[in-house]
Design a binder for this molecule. Structure first.
Ligand SMILES: *[C@@H]1O[C@H](CO)[C@@H](O)[C@H](O)[C@H]1NC(C)=O
Length: 805
């Protein structure tokens, strides 16, 4: 697809980008280089409203962040915005368009501070340089407010420097810094105003306490404290105001903005940390640029005009790419989809730091009390490139969520997905095969997590969604390979920057698969061993048909919760028993094994293919032998009941767990059980609802009890899997399915898809947010707001899944 922009712009941009146009990516090294370059800079501090850092630069990264508040009143001091916080109650925040390779536009609507803020972030085409344009205007022009915008920059690391550039212009509209980092080299930063009036209604309170100028203060802050810039700023303001008050002079009420300017009253020597504060009178909109250029770069962003052109080009390119990947005609739905995807990708962050691990405490498999992890040690540092479930509430890596994030992003940029997978797989421990289910790296990440949840345990697993995603990616590449033998896809070459290289370069995937194979095999081993269930009694009850090594349970469930399963309060056997077996654990083991089999196929390892094929077969057989109730026509968890003749007792709950073999495509396509899944999902008295498939049947005794988390509400990740599976099983009329079932499946698909889209779009139109889950009775948003993690799968539901079956 060709990008349509005005010819003037094309000229400008061609000039700027000419250098990149002819790069080809034949070799794996080139692919890696292309990934590293185009993904190096972005607002990777996604836990902040706006914060930039480079990824995989750990020793001497440049850190940047933005803070703002209303400095016309004392209350403004309690409304300093920095890290995303639901308590800030912003009317809106987030990206309208975004892609970490290109940049994007973030919009923030902050009524309490009367501020409408737009932040553009863009990069030079080789990814070396970046620029940010910050534009603000009042939401209500009748309220004359004052907007104080504070940027901070720090060059971390002992060998780095960042200081004023004395060879360049420094005045109230221009601040120029020059920096050095061993990894980044020499660079410069310029901060220049475009429009806006500094606030000057009241007299200045001194040379440095003057809101009619840009204030620039430099000192040293230890690297591990830089993330506390907001607190540092606040305490410095406090000291400064106290000092002003101590002079005994009466302060003019209109001079408050000047009092709320950060000043170096302690005469700290200058250092690598910089506060730059601009106080704008909101009688007029304001706008300023921050431009970072690497020294000697051939693609320097040299002026505001050039930045304007770069922003236009980037926005057009983002739109073109979206259109190429998703077909959504309705403009309202398209905007919803575009923003939702942008916010999922806007959550992508780079995390570096230590994690807390308790390797000593053993799980008690008999008591089922809450596990107290008290023997934690700090380990690491580790690094992670990942998206997050919610920038505000869960700004860290979650193993269970991430696979779903990547299934969404895979439709947009396979190469990006590979990169994130690689980062996660790198964290699988070589000797144990373990990976933590939450990656909470460093003190900044820990500051957002209650103490009891900070500590990770190598006994606890989670659904291996990353392998579900990897399996999907492998199938796709293999399929694409067959296609591309006939036709070479030149589409992406025409659209400038190339994406989905992976689909065209199978050697990249093979090399990746080879590299990660030992880790994944170890991970598979750790998972299946640590979650293996006790099968003796089932063998007694069901005979030799039971495969003793392929039955599973989630280690670490308690009376009320099964956190490892990811479906926290979904009802399980009561009372708990060490011999219970969990259907979803088995199904996830199946996914993992299938994925290992696919990788072995790609790597042409016949012994491994055979080994994993056998495990997979055993899993499928156990699913049927152990978990299928022929009487109910339903799969369930099972437990051992000594009082019953049958010994095995089905744990009869209809809901997400019982649908798992269908959702994860473990059931064969020709299975005669498919009709029962379709029937259950379509049953209005049980799981079918106007807003999506419910997590638990309306007829279940636990329905809507307790915290009502996975006991009724509609979850988008699971609903996506249901739709995707319906398409997989029934798109071409099904394999040996009866006409009635096919008919029902088609109807179910269409109504479910329609219901999900219209409800999520309705909620988003009302308040601008996507939620963690949706109320099954009203359709309203539940749980965490701005949950553009797996709920973003609605974009695939709108723009990628077939219209109808
Ligand atoms: C915020 O500003 C932008 C750009 O001027 C404008 O398009 C948008 O409507 C404003 N939003 C609100 C809520 O005022």
């Amino acid at each position: 697809m060709i990008v349509h922009i005005t010819s003037a712009l094309v000229c400008l941009c061609t000039a700027v980008f000419a250098e990149q146009a002819h790069v080809t990516y034949g070799e794996i090294e080139d692919f890696t280089k292309y990934q590293d370059q185009t993904l190096r800079w972005a607002p990777y501090r996604s836990n902040c409203y706006f914060g930039i850092r480079p990824r995989f630069v750990n020793d001497n990264p440049l850190m940047m962040g933005l803070i703002w508040f209303d400095s016309s009143s004392v209350e403004g001091l309690n409304q300093l915005r920095h890290q995303v916080d639901i308590g800030d109650k912003l009317d809106k925040y987030g990206y309208e368009m975004y892609d970490p390779r290109l940049g994007g536009r973030e919009v923030i609507i902050d009524s309490a501070n009367n501020l409408n803020l737009t932040i553009h972030f863009v990069k030079s085409r080789n990814g070396e340089n970046w620029a940010t344009r910050v534009s603000g205007c009042p939401l209500d022009t009748s309220k004359g407010k004052v907007s104080s915008v504070v940027m901070y920059f720090n060059q971390n690391g002992g060998q780095g420097t960042l200081k004023s550039d004395l060879t360049k212009r420094q005045d109230k509209h221009h601040t120029n810094l020059v920096g050095f980092s061993p990894e980044l080299g020499n660079y410069d930063l310029s901060i220049s105003d475009i429009t806006g009036n500094y606030y000057s209604r009241g007299p200045a309170l001194g040379k440095d306490a003057d809101s009619s100028k840009t204030s620039h203060m430099s000192f040293n802050v230890p690297d591990d404290q830089v993330w506390k810039a907001r607190d540092i700023f606040q305490s410095m303001l406090g000291e400064s105001v106290q000092e002003l008050l101590a002079t005994g002079n009466k302060m003019h009420p209109l001079s408050l903005p000047s009092a709320l300017i950060v000043r170096n009253i302690n005469n700290f020597p200058s250092g690598n940390f910089h506060f730059i504060q601009k106080t704008f009178d909101l009688d007029q909109p304001f706008e300023f640029d921050i431009i970072y250029n690497k020294k000697g770069s051939k693609q320097r962003i040299t002026s505001g005009n050039e930045l304007t052109a770069l922003i236009s080009w980037t926005m057009a390119e983002l739109d073109a790419r979206f259109n190429k990947k998703f077909s959504i005609e309705d403009p309202n739905l398209k905007q919803f989809a575009q923003e939702t995807l942008a916010n999922l990708m806007g959550g992508i962050g780079y995390f570096y730091g230590t994690q807390m691990v308790d390797r000593e405490t053993q799980l008690d498999e008999e008591q089922f009390d809450k596990i107290e992890l008290k023997r934690a040690k700090e380990e690491g540092p580790l690094q992670l490139f990942s998206s997050v479930p919610s920038r505000a509430f869960f700004p860290r890596g979650f193993y269970w969520d991430e696979g779903f994030h990547l299934i969404q992003m895979m439709e947009y940029d396979c190469d990006l997905v590979l990169d994130i997978l690689q980062s996660w797989f790198d964290l699988i421990e070589d000797d144990s095969g373990w990976i933590a289910r939450e990656l909470i790296l460093g003190s900044e990440a820990r500051s957002k997590v209650p103490q009891e949840f900070q500590i990770q345990s190598p006994n606890i697993a989670n659904p291996p969604t990353l392998l579900l995603c990897f399996s999907e990616l492998l199938s796709r590449v293999l399929k694409h390979q067959e296609l591309s033998l006939e036709s070479i896809d030149d589409d992406s070459l025409a659209s400038g920057l190339q994406t989905d290289q992976l689909l065209k370069r199978p050697e990249v995937l093979t090399s990746f698969a080879k590299k990660v194979y030992p880790k994944l095999a170890k991970h598979h081993q750790w998972w299946t061993e640590s979650q293996k269930g006790f099968t003796e009694e089932y063998m007694e009850a069901l005979g030799d048909n039971v495969h003793p090594d392929e039955a599973f349970r989630w280690a670490g469930r308690t009376f009320t919760h099964c956190l490892p399963s990811g479906l926290d309060d979904y009802p399980r056997s009561q009372p708990p028993d060490e011999a219970e077996l969990h259907l979803d654990a088995l199904a996830w083991a199946g996914v993992m094994t299938r994925s290992m089999k696919q990788i072995s196929e790609i790597l042409e390892m016949p012994d491994e293919i055979e080994r994993f094929a056998r495990i997979e077969q055993n899993i499928l057989e156990n699913m049927n032998t152990i978990h299928w109730s022929e009487q109910d026509h339903c799969y369930y968890d099972v437990t051992i009941d000594d009082d019953s003749d049958e010994l095995r007792r089905f744990v009869r709950h209809e809901g997400y767990v019982s649908l798992m073999p269908f959702a994860l495509k473990l059931e064969p396509r020709s299975s005669d059980k498919l009709r029962w899944f379709v029937e259950l999902m379509g049953d209005k008295n049980k799981l079918f609802g106007d807003y999506g498939i419910l997590s638990l049947s309306r007829m279940d005794e636990y329905f809507e009890t307790g915290e009502v988390y996975w006991r009724g509400p509609v979850w988008i990740n699971m609903n996506y899997l249901f739709l995707d599976s319906l398409a997989y099983y029934f798109e071409d009329g099904g394999d040996n399915q009866d006409a009635k079932t096919v008919e029902n499946a088609r109807e179910l698909y269409s109504s479910l898809k329609r219901n999900l889209i219209s409800n999520m779009h309705r909620v988003w139109s009302q308040d601008g947010y996507v939620y963690e889950n949706y109320n099954h009775n009203t359709g309203g948003g539940n749980g965490v707001q701005h949950f553009t993690g797996w709920s973003s799968l609605i974009v695939n539901i709108m723009g990628r899944l077939p219209e109808s079956l």
